[in-house]
Design a binder for this molecule. Structure first.
Ligand SMILES: Nc1ncnc2c1ncn2[C@@H]1O[C@H](COP(=O)(O)OP(=O)(O)OP(=O)(O)O)[C@@H](O)[C@H]1O
Ligand SMILES: [Mg+2]
Length: 406
């Protein structure tokens, strides 16, 4: 997939932007605070709906305006074009997201994401390694969604149920026990079933990431250290799952996403029963405290270097290498499971990486369309010369929310 043009309205510091971009490397350069990251963010939003740097859509609406629009024309490898547009409207305090493909409104996010996949490399990547579990769940969720867009429906459904259950729990201790049990059984049964689907996705993609990130990290660090990832979920659930898929044949089919419908339902059913038991075992505590103390909304991805938790023990440089290895693995996995190569968005990353990490990144580019931001035009052109050939790159000067070619 590649992007042909970008159209923005009221997106951060852009009032309006209409820009044709090239199918290979596009370099956005300019001083600080001119709007380089804003373009990268707008492209990401048009493809993936959410921003990579904020969870608040309102922040992306230009100050004083009441909507933003980010629209892209994208082309597949055979030249067939489609228009993707993502907008967010704030009208008298009521907000609304509108997604369209070729002018037609798309109601389910899962029918929209995945049309044009992007992988973004940005300074925020470091949070995957050193941030809270929420940063790692966000990373894992966003990878799974790109490969299996229907995963986003599972997340939407379970989040809705958890919010409802939590609201109920706040006043549950004042209710009659039998009535309370009956109501919570309803939520817990549905939550356990959706959780089992989510655990199956997360376990599988954590394993895939761990394999791939281990290899990337070994080549970035010269094979000195071993990087591995462990999926951590509701206590005991991962070992139940590992027991269920331990036979070679089942494991192979599971990892490649080819379990038969019958096998999937059997494994999911056992997992779901176990999760339900866990939820019920903390019910009295949850009623007393008015919260859900157990759930996949607390899952984490434990990142270890030579068996030590990276979040607690690694240096900045080691964390940076691990973050890069994880993002390169995201790219590998998307390439493996989807038919077209994702667009790469590199925000401010070159200047921060040392030579071995730059080489790893550049060798992963592999013919993809790339958007790069930097403050120093000559540094980037020297860096990329010889790797991509100078005349295939397009340069764009970004100044005060306006972009000029050249
Ligand atoms: N909602 C908004 N409305 C108007 N302007 C905004 C909005 N959000 C951010 N900005 C402005 O956009 C400007 C450019 O931001 P951006 O992050 O794209 O800069 P940049 O060119 O990437 O800079 P750097 O080189 O420092 O990374 C900032 O000055 C910021 O104040
Ligand atoms: Mg920036």
């Amino acid at each position: 997939m590649f992007i042909r043009d970008i159209h923005l309205e009221n997106f951060r510091n852009y009032g309006r932007l209409d820009l044709d971009v090239g199918p290979s490397v596009n370099i956005f350069y300019g001083d600080n605070a001119q709007g380089k990251t804003n373009i990268i963010e707008a492209v990401y939003v048009a493809c993936s709906v959410a921003s990579h740097r904020t969870g608040r859509d309102l922040d992306m609406i230009r100050f004083g305006a009441d909507y933003y629009l980010s629209e892209l024309t994208v082309s597949d490898d055979y030249g067939s074009k489609t228009k993707l547009s993502s907008s967010f409207i704030n009208s008298s305090g009521r907000t609304k997201r509108v997604l369209k493909q070729d002018g037609l409104e798309i109601r389910r996010i899962s029918d929209y994401i995945g049309v044009c996949n992007t992988v973004i490399f940005a300074p925020e990547d470091l949070n995957i390694v050193k941030g809270s579990p929420a940063s790692r769940r966000k990373f894992l969720n966003s990878l799974i969604m790109k490969v299996s867009p229907s995963y986003v429906n599972l997340l939407g459904d379970i989040n809705r149920l958890i919010i409802q259950k939590n609201t109920y729990l706040k006043s549950a201790r004042f209710k009659n026990k039998a009535e309370c049990d009956r109501d919570l059984d309803f939520w817990d049964f549905s939550i356990a079933s959706l959780s089992a689907d989510i655990v199956l996705y997360r376990y599988r993609f954590s394993k895939l990431l761990s394999q791939s990130a281990g290899e990337h990290h070994s080549s970035i660090s010269g094979g000195r250290e071993v990087l591995s990832l462990l999926y951590s979920s509701i206590s005991g659930i991962v070992s139940v799952l590992e027991g269920l898929i331990s036979e070679n044949d089942v494991l192979y089919k599971f990892m490649s996403g080819n379990l038969s419908g019958g096998d999937y339902e059997r494994i999911k059913g056992i997992l779901s029963d176990n999760i339900l038991i866990r939820l019920q075992s903390v019910r009295s505590y949850d009623i007393e405290k008015g919260i859900s103390s157990v759930g996949i909304n607390k899952d984490d991805l434990i990142i270890e270097l030579d068996s030590l938790s990276m979040r607690n023990f690694s240096s900045q440089g080691q964390q940076r290498s691990a973050a890069l290895a994880l993002k390169l693995s995201e790219l590998d996995i998307i390439r493996r499971f989807s038919s077209s190569s994702p667009v790469l968005l590199l925000d401010d990353v070159f200047s921060e990486l040392d030579l071995s990490r730059r080489v790893s990144l550049v060798s992963a580019m592999n013919g993809a369309q790339i958007f790069i931001t930097c403050t120093d035009k000559s540094f980037i052109s020297d860096e990329l010369e010889g790797i991509i050939g100078e005349n295939t790159a397009g340069f764009y000067c970004v100044h005060g929310g306006e972009v000029t070619e050249g």
